[in-house]
Design a protein. Sequence first.
Length: 400
Amino acid sequence: MTLLANQSPASRRCPIGVLAVWVALVGIGCAPNIEHLNRHLDAGQYDQALAQVADDPGMQKELAALILERAVPSADNPGSLIDTLASAGAPGKRALHRLAGQAEAGSAAPHLAAIALWPPRRPNAAALQAYLDSAYADVRAMATRAGYLTLNEADLNRLVMDPDQRVRYWAAKGLVGLRNAKTVPALLRDILRLDPAPIVRQVAARSGKALGKQALFALKAAMTDENLGVRLAALEGLGNLEDSVATAILEEQMTGPMDEMTIVAAAELARQGWASGQERLLLALSDDRPGIRATGLLHLDRARVTNRKEIMARALSDEAPAVVLLAARSLLRDARLRPRVVKHLGRIKDSGISKSAEARDLLAVLGDETSIQEILKLMAHEAAQVREAAAIAVLRAKGP
C-alpha cells in the first residue's frame, strides 16, 4: 500500500516497469495490458481502448473496471460504483486496491474503496471509528453500513442523528437488531414519528415488536403517514406483532379496494397462514393494472406462497415490460427456466419499447453474446454517463 501511495497517478493504476516488477506484483492482479488501456483512457481514446480488448473477455472486464475506477472520485453517488466494483470479481477487486492506494486530497474515493475491501460483517474496528467521524457523508454512510451489526448502543444513538439519511438508515437498522437495550423502543418510535426521511421511518415501522409496548399505537399512527412506503412498512410491522388487534387491522385493510395497501395486508395475513390472505394476494396478479400485478409478485416471497416459482414463470408472458423484468430477475439462477427467461427478455429487448435496455442487460448477465457485444460498443460512447452504465453492465455480465 505504501508503494502505491508514493507513485504517480498513472503508475499507481498499474505499477509495471519491467517484467520482474510485474511478476512481483501479479498477486494484486495487474495484467500486462492495463497500462496501455490507461494511456488510451487518459487521451480520451475510448474506441482504441475497446479495440485493444476486442477478443479478450477478461480484459473487457478490466477495461470496464478502469472506467468505473476513474468515475468514482467525481461521481454524485460514488458508493454505488464502489459496490459494483466490490461485486465484480477479480477486476473489481484490483480496481478497489488501486483506489485504496491513492492519497488524493479532497476525495472520499480511497476511503470508500478501503471500506469495500473489508471482509463481510468483519469491519476493521479501529478504522471504523475513524470513518464514522469522517467529514465525507459518503464515507460515514458506507462505514455505518459495514459496521451497523457490530456497533454499540451509544454509537448507534449518535449516528441516528447524523445529517445524512443513509447514515441514519443503517444506524436505525442497527438499533432494531439490539437486544435488551431499554432506550431503543422509545428511540425507534421517535424515528418513526419525526425522522424527515421516509426510508428511515420505514426501518422503524418494519421493526414491529422492537417498538415496545406502544408498538400498536405507533404503527396505527404510521398508517396515515404522508409517504406510501412508510404506510406499507407499517402494515409489515403490524404483521410482525402477531397480535389479535393487529391482525384485525390487517384483515380490515385487506378487504378494501385493490391497491398497494391491500396487497401488503394480504401478504402479511398469508404469511400467518390465512387462506383468505393468499387468495386476495393471488387475485392481484390478474389485475388490469401492471403496477398492481408487479406489487403482487414482489410480495409472494414474504407471503410464503408455495408455488411462487411457477407463478413467476407465468408472469414472464405478461404484456407489461416491468412485470416481465421483475419475474425474470427472480428466475435468473434457475437453469430449468432459463430458456423461457431468455425468450421473454428477448421479446422485450427487440420491441424497442421502454425497458428494452434493462432486458438487454439481463440477457448479458445470462451470457447472451449479442447483448454483451452491444453493451461493449457503448463503453466507447462520447457521453461519460453512457460509458459508465455500459461498464456496470459488462462487469455484471456472465464471463471470466
